[in-house]
Design a binder for this molecule. Structure first.
Ligand code: ATP
Length: 442
């Protein structure tokens, strides 16, 4: 398969099977935001649940939070976003296309996509100017500067301003963390590559508060833990790598930063950042709010502003990694099949149930099994339409790990076939054995 068109194939599979649709498609779409359909929302939820389980439920030292998207505007002054959350923008005075100056090497000229901006004889690129990526709006009915607020460009600040609330209420001691999953908004100059870079997206962020001096150890710890989490989703390890930020790439708040990158068809790209943010954020909020944000260790009586190790992963980008990694094309009995080899725990539908034919009582038996699976909270899909081969193909594209077929033999001996998505092996199991068989494998 030519790697370069993998993204196009994913976009059309996602639409065909109901994973992801272009936002406002009937109006021509927006290009920079996407809607998750019936299968997409399940896949996304499964990824978020896995993150929440690893980061919150399985640990004593991390608490969850859901802070509001709209925050006091001073938050973004303190965080440095009003002043510094900018990208260098250049505009072609001729065709009016806009580009990020630091991404010109990867961009296509608006008039002639085969060359870079600036390489076409008509290109006339402006000097770069700094463009702030925060979306602005107004709180209340008066639209003036005093009522201007921002849509949050990251979830982290909601955690910092609640640091003492959570620490006190949950009676946590440093080191401990606060985790949050939520929407973030960035007015990106050049969104693109499907859901890789959008203007509205979800982040899963965890801020781990540690005593200064222990931050480097904890940084190493979180690098390893986050790597293992991605591998636990079934992502091929050879497609993952760490990339350290050089001194010129470090964000204003960071002492050290590593990205976890995936090798997409359009190159190695970041989808998680691990940052040592020092005491920058808490110190700045202390300064701007006038409220003490110190931690007092009740045992030793020590007072300090904790350092923060942040792990920040894009939910949508992780979903794109999972899809890109699971997408396979192969030939089966002379026919091409497209299959999403999703890990069963991530697959939106766990099992599809088919009657082989629409007679001899087979649909009734199949529907009963389907209802039993659903009642046992196993996402099941019933399908009686089209040839059995087509029904299998649809489920392969949806990433459904198992298909159960009720056939003539079911009426004789009460068994059904279970077909495995990846090996294509088919085994016979008694009807009542299907649920335990699937549970065991989930
Ligand atoms: P990039 O360099 O790609 O713009 P970033 O370094 O600005 O990303 P962070 O601020 O570290 O990204 O955000 C953490 C994570 O949030 C990223 O690793 C990514 O998964 C996700 N993310 C950031 N911006 C976007 C976006 N515009 N669309 C989708 N996900 C995003």
């Amino acid at each position: 398969m030519a790697e370069k068109d993998l993204m196009d194939k994913l976009v059309s599979l996602c639409k065909r099977r109901g994973f992801i649709f272009q936002s406002s498609e009937i109006y021509g779409g927006t290009g920079s935001v996407w809607d998750y359909g019936p299968l997409g929302i399940e896949l996304k939820k499964n990824i978020k649940d896995r993150w929440w389980s690893a980061m919150v439920h399985q640990r004593d030292d991390i608490e969850g939070l859901d802070a509001a998207i709209l925050m006091h505007p001073k938050v973004w002054e303190a965080s440095g976003h009003v002043e510094g959350f900018t990208d260098p923008l250049v505009e072609c005075k001729h065709c009016k296309h806009r580009y990020r100056q630091d991404q010109l090497e990867e961009a296509q000229c608006g008039r002639k996509p085969s060359v870079r901006p600036g390489e076409h004889p008509d290109c006339d690129l402006s000097e770069p100017r700094l463009f702030n990526l925060m979306f602005r709006t107004f709180m209340g009915p008066v639209e003036d500067a005093a009522h201007q607020i921002y849509l949050r460009p990251e979830t982290a600040q909601g955690i910092y301003v609640n640091f003492l609330n959570v620490q006190g209420a949950a009676r946590q001691k440093v080191p401990f963390g606060i985790a949050q999953i939520g929407k973030a908004f960035r007015n990106e100059i050049t969104p693109g590559n499907f859901i890789f870079r959008t203007r509205e997206f979800e982040q899963a962020e965890m801020q781990f508060f540690v005593e200064p001096g222990t931050d480097e150890e904890w940084f190493e710890y979180w690098m390893e833990a986050r790597w293992k989490w991605h591998v636990s989703l079934g992502i091929r390890e050879e497609k993952l790598r760490f990339e350290e930020h050089g001194p010129n790439e470090l964000a204003h708040y960071a002492k050290k930063a590593f990205d976890i990158e995936y090798e997409f068809s359009f190159g190695w790209k970041e989808f998680e950042g691990i940052h040592n943010r020092t005491d920058f954020d808490l110190s700045r909020h202390q300064e701007y709010s006038g409220r003490r944000l110190q931690y007092i260790d009740t045992g030793s009586g020590k007072r300090f502003i904790p350092y923060v190790i942040e792990t920040s992963v894009g939910v949508d980008r992780t979903l794109l990694v999972v899809l890109a990694d699971a997408y396979h094309e192969e030939e089966v009995e002379g026919e091409e099949r497209v299959v999403l080899r999703l890990q069963p725990s991530l697959a939106p539908t766990k099992v599809a149930v088919f009657p082989l034919v629409k007679k001899d009582g087979l649909p009734e038996i199949a529907e009963k099994l389907h209802r039993e699976l659903r009642a046992a909270a196993v996402p099941s899909f019933y399908d009686a339409s089209g040839s059995i081969g087509r029904r299998y193909r649809r489920q392969d594209e949806a990433g459904t790990p198992w298909c159960v077929t009720v056939d003539g033999q079911t009426n004789e001996d009460g068994t059904v076939t279970i077909r495995d998505r990846d090996s294509l092996a088919q085994i016979r199991e008694p009807l009542e054995g299907v649920l335990p068989w699937i549970r065991e494998r989930l």
